[in-house]
Design a protein around this ligand. Structure first.
Ligand SMILES: Cc1cc2nc3c(=O)[nH]c(=O)nc-3n(C[C@H](O)[C@H](O)[C@H](O)COP(=O)(O)OP(=O)(O)OC[C@H]3O[C@@H](n4cnc5c(N)ncnc54)[C@H](O)[C@@H]3O)c2cc1C
Length: 345
């Protein structure tokens, strides 16, 4: 038997960041992960966005999450010797006088002042006619596929990775196959429904599809937002997303493709080519807050899940908070504790 401090199941954004932060603490970590259909981080846009929704509202606790996120991803990039984290303005296209007025009113709200900036009137000629663009600061994106690949290499070097589907039936209290551990944290995304230790969790999982497209000309040096996001991943290559559907069908669909192509055409007036289409399932929770904490049946089994549609900005803060809780450095924030679901019932 090999003894480790921490076993982590799932290497999406939750498991990756948690494992990295654990290794930074000097812990021995083993990760169990298989690239299962429907995994979310890999297909996600990787966007972090301070102000969201039709009504233009600041994301919950964004100030707090943004600070931790920036520190953690920049440190990961530094240690991995790669750039995956991009701070970049988000240009929200405003196509009517009403949207423009709404932007100007909303940006005077104190909680938005740090994020909603001036209007910009002179955008790229490849974009369709609009009144103006509202510029959002402190947003950007994580190149999620590159991040996961590089993180996998790092975890193989600094710890150990078992590339397999975790078999829950083999888990007695503190061992799995030829490993014993002090603590185990489950980060399986929407597949938590297969986990008998957290069987009470009923995620409100939603499917989403994204595209990778190629468009001629210099890449935008900002993210474009108008019903969809156009994220400049590499020269002339954009990630576009996403659809939203109450479905657990794991395949890409013609309907998803057509919907995204139509939305792209409502934003850009030049031709584009679809390179790739992907589908994933968001691990949403009804109250839109993450699910962290300890299992009811065992005090060394933990959960980091429920990152919904904001996994990139939530994961670093939540992972650090969970580690602090596991190692007795803080109480668990009641807003994040997965056991709050029992109070609702
Ligand atoms: C189309 C789409 C677009 C999105 N865009 C954005 C965005 O722009 N910005 C943003 O912040 N969020 C976005 N999201 C949401 C974001 O992707 C999620 O919040 C986040 O990825 C959840 O991460 P996770 O680590 O919890 O789960 P996942 O990324 O799903 O990772 C779970 C990992 O565990 C593995 N796994 C599961 N069960 C087992 C098992 N039994 N054994 C071994 N391995 C297992 C899976 O294969 C996977 O590798 C998007 C989601 C979708 C679907």
């Amino acid at each position: 038997m090999k003894k480790v401090d921490l076993m982590v199941v799932g290497q999406g954004i939750a498991g990756s960041v948690l494992s990295f932060l654990a290794i930074q603490r000097g812990l021995d970590v083993v990760v169990v992960d298989a690239p299962l259909p429907g995994r979310s981080t890999y297909v996600s846009g990787g966007l972090f966005n301070p102000v969201t929704g039709r009504r233009v509202r600041k994301s919950w606790n964004y100030d707090l999450f943004y600070k931790t996120m920036k520190d953690v991803y920049l440190e990961i990039d530094r240690q991995l010797g790669v750039q995956t984290f991009y701070e970049m303005p988000i240009y929200r296209l405003l196509t009517s006088k009403e949207e423009l007025n709404n932007w100007e009113t909303q940006r005077l709200e104190s909680e938005c002042v740090a994020y909603m900036k001036e209007l910009f009137f002179d955008l790229d000629l490849r974009l369709k006619k609009h009144e103006a663009a509202g510029v959002l600061d402190k947003g950007g994106f994580l190149n999620a596929p590159l991040f996961l690949t590089k993180m996998r290499e790092y975890l193989n070097q600094k710890g150990e990775v078992l590339e397999e589907k975790f078999d829950y039936s083999l888990l007695p209290n503190d061992s799995y196959k030829n490993f014993t551990f002090d603590h185990i944290v489950f980060c399986e995304g929407y597949r938590v429904f297969e986990n008998p230790y957290f069987s009470e969790i009923n995620l409100w999982a939603t499917k989403g599809e994204t595209l990778l497209i190629k468009m001629e000309g210099e890449s935008f040096d900002y993210v474009v937002n108008k019903n969809i996001f156009l994220i400049p991943m590499a020269k002339g290559i954009y990630k576009v997303g996403s659809t939203l559907e109450r479905s657990l069908d794991l395949s890409t669909t013609q309907k998803g493709l057509e919907e995204l192509k139509e939305k792209i055409s409502s934003v850009v007036k030049v031709p584009f080519r679809v390179i790739q289409q992907q589908a994933g399932i968001r691990p949403n929770v009804r109250d839109r807050k993450p699910l962290l904490g300890v299992a009811r049946s065992s005090d060394n089994i933990f959960l980091l899940n429920g990152l919904g549609s904001k996994g990139i900005s939530l994961a670093p803060y939540c992972a650090e908070h969970l580690l602090q809780y596991i190692y007795g450095e803080t109480d668990l924030d009641a807003d994040l504790n997965w056991q709050r679901i029992f109070k609702r019932q």
